[in-house]
Write a protein that binds this ligand. Structure first.
Ligand SMILES: [Zn+2]
Ligand SMILES: [Zn+2]
Length: 443
């Protein structure tokens, strides 16, 4: 292997020259420049970065080739790492996965493309665009000719200069348009690409969660894109902040601002909890004869307002007020005990608001009945204003719709509620002697 003399080689002097030039400009020098000029220069820096990344890839390829040669017993090893990516990340930055990606992108660009390397080296496209285009070309059908491949590359290169990265990816999925005649062929190719992607996604799908032993669980999951989008849409809808509502936090004395004081991840977390409580557990498959419905086991005394803690069927302990709130919802069956853990009642269906009475409640209340709240009926829970008698039938004159947030408040703060003569739900909130109603749904 021949190695060029360092003092005459253009690469070291170029790299040293870049450093020397940057040394002359402190970052504070940007202050005082005209914003329009800053914007133009920022784009220029982006181009310079793209050009540098072309050189990084070329360098990475040289190291990778040297490593492979050394592995065949031919020449010295280029570094101390177990792979070229490891060597590069040891030398600077410590980003092993980033360095591995650099090596694989560099090799893919060399193997799959003819124009991309020069476009990147000239600062015409960014390294992310180059990476994406090389991935698209790598996935072209096996029967593509060299001319057709070139047409695809030219088209993508042109598109890269006007499309966002996301749109370029969508364009890439239909790139065989560049040479196939019929839309049907292109559709079939795109379908094949999507089908393979989905199959890959299903293989990667996983879910795990663990107990933090502090009253919370933490989890992580990987979902196919489509189901991820469904989850995100549902959570976003549920996580939208409420406007300032008329209820008061008894502990701080401040008006509730549902969602406003919380970060976006916190709001999504509460939305996820609400979503879980709304799962149709009674319609899920049974697990070897064991129902998927979690039951709340609580003493009659607790149901009627006592303080004794309760439990879920899996052993999780919950507070008395949380047990009463859960017992209100039709998705979770209360299992009422007599104080000596003997069942008094199996939570027969007439304990809950059945589908018909739930519809009647929705028609009457139209949304959360807490003063000022703006959650509509779909995401409300049916609350029993009076702990219902163990034998009595559930009556909608005892029910009121509350959103998850206010349902928690109602149980935590022991709200008193009633139905006024005109059928409107009214609440006496903590610290107040007047009955108040939500006039948002019915004036
Ligand atoms: Zn309730
Ligand atoms: Zn509410």
């Amino acid at each position: 292997m021949s190695v060029a003399a360092l003092d005459t080689h253009p690469v070291p002097s170029c790299v040293h020259g870049i450093h020397a030039l940057l040394d002359t400009v402190p970052t504070a020098a940007w202050d005082g420049l005209d914003p329009a000029e800053v914007r133009r220069l920022l784009a220029e820096i982006g181009r310079a970065e793209a050009r540098l990344s072309a050189h990084k890839m070329a360098a990475a390829r040289v190291l990778e080739k040297a490593r492979k040669a050394a592995a065949n017993g031919d020449g010295p090893r280029p570094g101390t790492g177990t792979s070229t990516g490891a060597t590069i990340s040891i030398d600077f930055g410590g980003d092993r996965s980033g360095a591995d990606a650099l090596v694989s992108t560099a090799e893919r660009i060399e193997a799959q493309t003819t124009l991309i390397e020069n476009a990147l080296a000239a600062g015409v496209i960014s390294s992310k665009q180059a990476d994406l285009i090389s991935r698209v070309l790598a996935k072209l059908p096996d029967d593509v000719t060299p001319e057709q491949r070139e047409r695809c590359e030219e088209t993508l290169l042109k598109d890269a200069q006007r499309l966002t990265l996301k749109d370029l990816r969508l364009r890439g999925a239909r790139i065989t348009e560049a040479y196939k005649k019929t839309t049907h062929d292109v559709d079939a190719d795109e379908d094949e690409i999507l089908r393979r992607r989905e199959e890959e996604a299903r293989k990667k799908t996983s879910f795990s969660m663990w107990d933090n032993n502090d009253g919370t669980v933490t989890g992580r999951f990987t979902l196919p894109e489509a189901q991820g989008a469904m989850l995100k849409t549902a959570l976003d809808a549920l996580a939208a902040p409420h406007q300032k509502v008329g209820t008061v936090n008894a502990a701080t004395g401040e008006h509730d601002e549902v969602g406003f004081g919380q970060s976006y991840p916190q709001r999504l977390g509460h939305a996820f909890a609400t979503l879980v409580e709304h799962l149709p557990a009674d319609q899920l498959p049974t697990n070897g004869g064991v129902s998927a419905v979690v039951t709340v086991n609580l003493d009659l005394d607790t149901l009627m307002g006592g303080l004794k803690a309760a439990g879920l069927s899996d052993g999780t302990r919950i507070s008395a007020s949380e047990a009463r709130r859960l017992a209100c919802t039709a998705k979770i069956a209360p299992f009422v005990l007599d104080g000596k853990s003997l069942p008094l009642d199996f939570g027969t269906s007439n304990r809950y608001f059945d589908a018909a009475s739930r519809r009647a409640l929705e028609k009457r209340d139209m949304g959360c009945t807490a003063p000022g709240c703006d959650r509509d009926a779909r995401w409300c829970e049916a609350h029993h204003m009076h702990p219902y008698s163990i034998t009595g039938r559930t009556d909608i004159r005892d029910g009121a719709l509350l959103c998850s947030f206010h349902h928690h408040r109602a149980h935590d703060q022991d709200w008193s509620g009633r139905i006024a003569d005109d059928g409107h739900v009214e609440w006496k909130l903590p610290g107040s002697d007047t009955w108040r109603r939500n006039t948002r749904w019915r004036p």
